[in-house]
Design a binder for this molecule. Structure first.
Ligand code: ATP
Ligand code: MG
Length: 252
């Protein structure tokens, strides 16, 4: 049992106040084990993005704790939090968030360049081969397909050798074939290099690429599934539609 790469403990996130108060997270505790690919699923509005943003230090919890490794994010001032995000966390978003004026190669190394870190040529080359973009390195994002752009975003997320990569619906804007490529890439990167990935998705087929799926409903962790298949995940999702949010043997 390895130590978690990231975790939240009794995480509560309340947006707004009074009549407009929303409890986006209502006491979630979950570990994201190192070297594992975890998918986060649940109905729209169940708190998936909120969980990811708070776990990644992009947003703060109302109460409870978010940790990356042994570092409690609430103990960091803004500057240290920014450094931790830059050096230890990678992000992949639904909209690829590439810089249009930079080439593929420049986009991939941007976080390292911003951090003033030297780019390890061998690591860079391996990353480029992993994402299959060798022949596109000097193109601009606008000259790439959506799937290729998302592969650039994946390479960028891993470029700084982060402890954990958080991906919020990374295949949401892709057709099923490009999406499949990106998912295989994420899975392969976890398995071949021992990286840690946490991915929010609506898609049972996408979730089946993960080692484990956690299910949120109404801001609570209601179930988890190891060794998911698309069919099992789909069955579990259907239970949400019928209002069954906990199942025997599921997490509390
Ligand atoms: N900045 C905000 N201000 C107020 N309420 C918010 C804010 N962000 C999220 N919420 C609310 O918190 C709840 C959880 O939102 P969140 O974005 O985490 O859901 P989600 O599970 O990611 O949904 P989706 O699948 O639609 O992306 C929702 O009810 C949402 O309306
Ligand atoms: Mg979301």
């Amino acid at each position: 049992m390895t130590a978690p790469a990231a975790r939240v403990v009794d995480a509560v996130k309340v947006y707004g106040r009074g009549d407009t108060e929303v409890r986006a997270l209502d006491g979630v505790s979950v570990d994201f084990p190192a070297g594992r690919f975890t998918a986060v699923m649940g109905p729209s509005g169940s708190g998936k993005s909120t969980l990811m943003h708070c776990a990644a230090g992009l947003d703060t919890l109302t109460s409870g704790a978010a940790l990356v490794g042994d570092t409690d994010l609430s103990t960091l001032d803004d500057r240290r939090l920014t450094l931790l995000r830059r050096d230890r966390i990678g992000f992949v978003f639904q909209a690829f968030n590439l810089l249009p004026t930079l080439t593929v190669a420049e986009n991939i190394t941007l976080p390292l360049d911003l951090a003033g870190r030297t780019v390890d040529r061998r690591r860079f080359d391996r990353l480029v081969d992993t994402v299959g973009l060798r022949d596109r390195l000097h193109h601009r994002p606008s000259e790439l397909s959506g799937g290729q752009q998302q592969r650039v975003a994946v390479a960028r997320a891993f470029a700084g050798d982060p402890d954990v990569v958080f991906a919020d619906e990374p295949t949401g804007n892709l057709d099923s074939r490009s999406g499949e490529e990106v998912l295989r890439l994420l899975g392969r990167t976890v398995r071949d290099t021992g990286r840690t990935v946490v991915m929010v998705t609506h898609d049972p087929v996408a979730a089946a690429h993960a080692d484990e799926v956690i299910f949120l409903a109404d801001g609570r962790l209601v179930d988890r599934m190891t060794g998911p298949t698309a069919d099992l995940v789909l069955d579990r999702m259907k239970a949400f539609d019928t209002g069954i949010t906990t199942v025997p043997g599921g997490a509390p």
